[in-house]
Design a binder for this molecule. Structure first.
Ligand code: AMP
Length: 485
């Protein structure tokens, strides 16, 4: 078995790795570190949770240990699709570079330009940035990219989803031709393949098993939900969710609850709070500082239920998540893999529960095709029978309309449909999915952008058509590019 000490990392990096408690390199680390240390380009096909961040930070720290940064000319550049991921990479640098003198700067939105300019002015070894913010700094003339020796593109498929590929291409044109490129993506969509063919030079290609197949420690369950009446769907579904959570008992120490729509993230979080559950929402409409606060609260256990959108939560490394609950079946099958990958990390046990309404069945087919298997069906909570739907019970007239928070109530199993005392109407009659067009957790670009529109994104992920409800005529989603090619 390969040990970290076999990988030719610097002794100071090895010491930090040891102190982090890592015993052996993960497959992506074993595969990517040696060629990266040799100065080769690397194409890593791996997701978060595989240890990919260390697979590029460790060799970078080793390589950058010699030499000094010059003012406004960073020596290396790490591009991340979202602020949270950029912040997470920066944390990784702090951990692994603690015995090495390296300077770093984080260029993300929500932080003043002035502060960031000052750091860059002093000279940085490692610049970690989201593409939009980086180009904003560049366009303001505060940054020179001609000193970049190593460039990392992290989560490229995510960049594609968010329409950042034109920015990435532009940045590739601004760094020296002779730089080393370390490029990571969870999947290889044709557009990503094209970028790697254009900008990587004879890369070492390392592919690690997809999370859905790799993580045998995740127990996946599916539960059907059918509202008794359309106008009660929202309230019955939140009650159903609570019953599901209650049914898990003490095994559910915390959970991320994914919703397809930002509006549902808020609705579900509010509903849980109202019923005494310690829940908070996280999505792209929240201030950056608030998102960080919520994440920190979830990490340290002060928040138990994190209601999240895909864009805000994908790729985040939160250890010790006992449950992932899919409040809806995701519209893009690959999001299912990203969602469930938030639990069962680093060999721990995890459980996922997905709520499926009859209208979600098409999406469910796509998910099951992708994971090449059927997800275990379980009975709706509180039902011994095999019925698909929650019990159709009339709301009880004798119950007070405003039930007190259930703080003191023991968590018992209760029939789903009966638990909701007051129907919660959806405030937004036409909720919109969180689309990359309004890149939630990403950078709002201020200046003229070359960023592609949703219709330019490839991979069939054009979900940015607003106002068509769930029924989008096929021709609208069709890309013009296909015709032009
Ligand atoms: P990443 O895929 O970079 O998001 O890493 C996922 C998690 O694995 C992080 O919490 C890392 O701290 C952890 N990790 C990275 N490398 C190793 C390793 N060799 N052994 C154990 N844990 C690791």
């Amino acid at each position: 078995m390969t040990k970290f000490s076999d990988l030719k990392l610097s002794p100071k990096v090895l010491k930090a790795v040891e102190e982090a408690g890592y015993e052996t390199p993960t497959p992506i680390q074993e595969g990517a570190i040696p060629p990266a240390l040799e100065g080769r380009d690397v194409l890593g096909i791996a997701q978060t949770g595989t240890g990919k961040t260390a697979s590029f930070t460790l060799p970078m720290i080793t390589l950058l240990a010699r030499g000094r940064a010059r003012a406004r000319m960073p020596r290396s550049l790490v591009l991340c699709p979202t602020r949270e991921l950029a912040a997470q990479v920066a944390e990784n640098f702090d951990t692994y570079a603690k015995h090495v003198k390296l300077t770093k700067a984080l260029l993300i939105g929500g932080v003043s330009f002035k502060e960031q300019d000052q750091l860059i002015d002093r000279g940085v070894d490692v610049l970690i940035a989201t593409p939009g913010r980086l180009l904003d700094h560049f366009e303001r003339g505060k940054l020179l990219l001609t000193g970049v020796q190593i460039m990392v593109v992290d989560e490229a498929d995510r960049m594609l989803d968010m329409g950042f590929i034109p920015d990435i291409e532009r940045i590739f044109g601004l760094v020296p031709f002779t730089r080393q490129t370390l490029f990571f993506s969870a999947t290889m969509a044709p557009e990503i393949e094209r970028i790697t063919n254009t900008f990587l030079s004879n890369p070492a290609r390392i592919e690690v098993a997809r999370q859905a197949t790799a993580s045998a420690t995740i127990e996946q369950k599916l539960v059907m939900f059918k509202p008794s009446r359309r106008d009660r769907a929202a309230s019955e579904k939140t009650a159903f969710l609570r019953a599901l959570i209650d049914g898990e008992g003490d095994a559910c120490t915390n959970a991320i609850i994914f919703c397809n729509r930002k509006t549902d993230v808020d609705i579900v979080a509010k509903s849980l709070q109202k019923h005494g559950y310690n829940a908070q929402p996280i999505h792209g409409d929240l201030e950056q500082s608030r998102r960080m606060e919520v994440l920190q609260g979830f990490r340290d256990g002060t928040i138990k239920f994190l209601c999240a959108s895909d864009v805000a939560a994908r790729g985040l490394d939160i250890p010790n998540v006992s449950h992932v609950i899919n409040y809806d079946v995701p519209g893009h099958a690959e999001d299912y893999i990203h969602r469930i990958g938030r639990t069962g990390r680093a060999g721990r046990k995890g459980k996922t529960l997905m709520i499926c309404e009859p209208r979600d069945e098409k999406n469910l087919d796509a998910v099951e095709r992708l994971i090449e298997g059927k997800i275990d069906r379980i009975d709706p909570p509180g039902q011994a029978s095999k019925s698909d739907a929650p019990r159709e019970e009339k709301p009880r007239e004798d119950k007070p309309r405003d039930e007190a928070p259930r703080e003191a109530k023991p968590k018992g199993r209760k029939p789903a449909a009966k638990a909701e005392p007051k129907p919660e109407a959806r405030p937004d009659p036409a909720p919109q999915p969180e689309t990359p067009q309004a890149p939630a957790a990403s950078e709002p670009r201020q200046s003229g952008s070359s960023r592609g529109s949703a219709s330019k994104r490839s991979g069939g992920r054009d979900k940015g058509v607003v106002g068509m409800g769930d029924h989008l005529p096929g021709f609208i989603a069709k890309s013009f590019e296909e015709r032009l090619d």
